[in-house]
Each structure stands twice: as C-alpha cells, then as structure tokens.
Design a protein around this ligand. Structure first.
Ligand SMILES: [Zn+2]
Ligand SMILES: [Zn+2]
Ligand SMILES: [Zn+2]
Length: 153
C-alpha cells in the first residue's frame, strides 16, 4: 500500500472509531480502490477493480451498501449527476467538512472537491426557495476544463 494511501486509511479508521462505527476489511478495500483512482468510479468499475486488486468478487449490492456507509462517514462522495463515487479530498484534514462543490473536467474526467462557505450555500438555498423549488441535493457539480488540461492544450 502506498504511504499516502496508508495514511488516509489510518485516518479513516480513526474517523469511524470516533463515530462508533468500524472500517471493516471490505469497507477498507472499497475505500482503497477509490483512493487509488484519479477519476471518480461507478459501482461497476469499483466491482472490477476490487476483483483485480484483491482477487475477490464482492457483489455489487454489497458495494452499494459499503458506499452508503462510506458516504455517511464523509469519506466518500457521490456525484449525483454522473452516478459515480470518489474519495473525499479532506480525509486527512482536521477542519470541519464544508458543503462540497465538485469541479468536473470534461477532458480528463478528474474531479476537484472544493468546500463552499456555509453563508453562500444559505444564500443559494434562499434564492431557490423563492421559486418554490424543493432542493434534494445540495452539492454543486460544475463542468469545465481543469487547469492541467488547459495548459496541455
Ligand atoms: Zn469531502
Ligand atoms: Zn481540507
Ligand atoms: Zn482535465
């Protein structure tokens, strides 16, 4: 296991323990698959990589259950528009997790997680409320071209 992934796994174990839950071996393996990926993955892609990496077939239903757990622990995020999953960029951070905003690159598929100030989210919610629209998901998913792809022309 690469040192940086090991560090994030250890931190994730602490996060779960402090919340009274447990990062079991299978949960840990799913998180490791996501930590090793540079782009978000669908549950089926996680299934394939899990099998290749751990020589064990984990049913897709179990993967969904594990993902739900990891999302609850804020170790993983789901991109609602794409139905893909990615590890949180702030696992190793001690600051409180802000409402995430995802910047999705249309060229390389990489996703950057950026926290948004609570005040801005509240303002956004207020302005949405005035239209009578009921918001189901608060996270923002914005598409564009990442800094690296812009420079590589
Ligand atoms: Zn996060
Ligand atoms: Zn952070
Ligand atoms: Zn890119």
């Amino acid at each position: 296991m690469p040192a940086d992934i090991e560090k994030l796994i250890n931190k994730s174990q602490e996060v779960c323990a402090s919340g009274g839950t447990k990062l079991t071996q299978k949960r840990k393996n799913v998180l490791m698959v996501l930590l090793a990926s540079t782009t978000p993955l669908s549950a089926y892609e996680i299934f394939d990589r899990y099998k290749a990496q751990f020589q064990e077939s984990l049913p897709v239903m179990s993967i969904y259950r594990i993902l739900d757990f990891l999302i609850q622990e804020k170790l993983v995020h789901k991109l609602e528009t794409a139905g893909q999953y990615m590890s949180c960029a702030h696992i190793a951070c001690d600051h409180q997790h802000e409402t995430p905003q995802f910047l999705i690159c249309d060229r390389c598929g990489s996703v950057k997680e950026v926290g948004i100030k609570k005040r801005i989210i509240e303002e956004l919610e207020r302005s949405i409320q005035t239209t009578g629209f009921m918001l189901a998901h608060k996270q923002l998913e914005l598409r564009g071209v990442c800094a690296r792809c812009q420079t590589s022309g």
